[in-house]
Design a protein around this ligand. Structure first.
Ligand SMILES: [Zn+2]
Length: 98
């Protein structure tokens, strides 16, 4: 998770990975939420800044959004595979026993 605060020109990242950062950068030119234009910007950023394998995985992550599914169908002519969100380690972590 991450977000951009345009009032303070600050980007806050909870995940320190390149894909999360690119997701937020795609929001910067215009505050249009997860619109079709945002999905297209993010797709292009992934193509530019991720290696081919990571970009393919990242493209599938965009399909968690309706705009991303539309873009995927536009590019590949078929529905994307069902996106399964990863379970956070904070959900499955057990407290250390004392
Ligand atoms: Zn977003």
């Amino acid at each position: 998770m991450a977000w951009v605060d345009k009032d303070t020109d600050t980007m806050m990242l909870c995940h320190f990975d390149k894909d999360t950062m690119l997701h937020e950068i795609a929001h910067l030119p215009k505050d249009d939420a997860h619109s079709d234009a945002w999905a297209k910007r993010l797709w292009e950023l992934q193509e530019t800044y991720l290696n081919k394998k990571d970009a393919a995985v990242a493209h599938l992550e965009i399909t968690r959004y309706l705009s991303g599914r539309r873009l995927y169908i536009n590019k590949f002519g078929e529905k994307p595979p069902r996106y399964v969100d990863q379970v956070s380690i904070w959900v499955t972590a057990k407290p250390a026993s004392k």
